[in-house]
Write a protein that binds this ligand. Structure first.
Ligand code: F6P
Length: 304
């Protein structure tokens, strides 16, 4: 029934149609599937299959043997179709952001603190139905914990710190600015621009590594209902790309401004996205391919 309701409002097949006509048509479509599909039953012992009955209340698996298949079973077992949203925010502007340094574990700046104070109001403004419980996830780094502090105190929401949400490890480049990296490690700097998704910092991580370490986060997110995640630029790009299906070559270059709350609402046919900007200035930490520009001050109006 939930599926039919979603179809009425969100399926591209029924865009612009009367919702009742769409629901009726969809019911007929199911009847047609029933005519054509064959049920795999207990006699088909040699087939590899997963049966999900009533959105995972019962799960039947057969001949699941290899690593990837068992991960897939675990994944689909965790899926649910209850309406919910996931909010993503970077930490408030940090002291390292102000000086253009990457990595580290610095405190948030004064403007970052202003964002931390504004976050509960911003979340409210984004539309939270009454009595909604939201769980707050942060990384283990100071800047995300400081950013979520007021939100946790004002709402009383449960708060979890995840090591897996820590920023991409920039190895030997930790604590340097992009300009310094370009001077000290010119070949690495160019190699990263060439293939940012796969480039692994010396002694550190690549975006691909981050995606792999985010697997438990994605599994837990799929099992959970409403969650607000306060994390870092690279990690946020990876989580965002998972929900919005952004290609690997694009995801490491996406602009995810500071002091902006992103609300994602997964639907049957994609994810709805809304952005809410706090009216608190911050530097831009976005770097275009081929440049080593220092972190820039946004124009007076913060760009989306
Ligand atoms: O500059 C902020 C920051 O979070 C750094 O700590 C991190 O290395 C960087 O962003 C990741 O962004 P990019 O992959 O574009 O360098």
């Amino acid at each position: 029934m939930n599926n039919i309701l979603e179809v009425k409002t969100t399926s591209p097949d029924y865009k612009g149609q009367d919702p009742e006509v769409a629901a009726l048509d969809f019911r007929n479509r199911i009847r047609n599937y029933e005519k054509a599909y064959e049920t795999i039953d207990d006699n088909e012992k040699s087939f590899t299959y997963v049966k999900l009955i009533n959105v995972g209340s019962t799960v039947i698996i057969n001949q699941i043997k290899d690593y990837l298949s068992s991960r897939l079973v675990y994944y689909i077992q965790n899926l649910h179709i209850k309406p919910r949203s996931i909010w993503l925010s970077r930490h408030g502007e940090s002291e390292y952001n102000l000086t253009g340094k990457i990595g580290g574990d610095s405190n948030i700046s004064e403007r970052g603190e202003a964002y931390a104070r504004a976050l509960p109001g911003l979340l409210k403004k984004s539309g939270v139905p009454p009595n909604t419980k939201i769980v707050i996830w942060t990384s283990t780094l100071k800047r995300t914990i400081q950013t979520a502090r007021h939100l946790a105190a004002e709402t009383g929401f449960e708060k979890l710190e995840w090591k897996a949400l820590d920023e991409l490890d920039s190895g030997v480049c930790d604590g340097l600015t992009y300009e310094q990296i370009a001077q000290k490690y010119p070949e690495d700097f160019a190699a990263r621009d060439e293939d940012k998704y796969n480039y692994r910092y010396r002694g550190g991580e690549s975006y691909r590594d981050v995606v792999i370490r985010l697997e438990p986060i994605i599994m837990e997110l799929e099992r959970s209902e409403n969650v607000i995640i306060v994390t870092h630029q690279a990690v946020l790009r990876c989580i965002y790309a998972y929900f919005l299906n952004t290609p690997q070559e694009q995801s490491p270059w996406m602009e995810v401004p500071l002091h902006t709350l992103i609300k994602l609402t997964p639907r049957a046919y994609g994810t709805d996205e809304q952005r809410f900007k706090a009216d608190i200035p911050a530097v831009s930490t976005w770097r275009a391919k081929g440049t080593s520009a220092k972190h820039q001050e946004y124009p007076t109006e913060i760009k989306a």
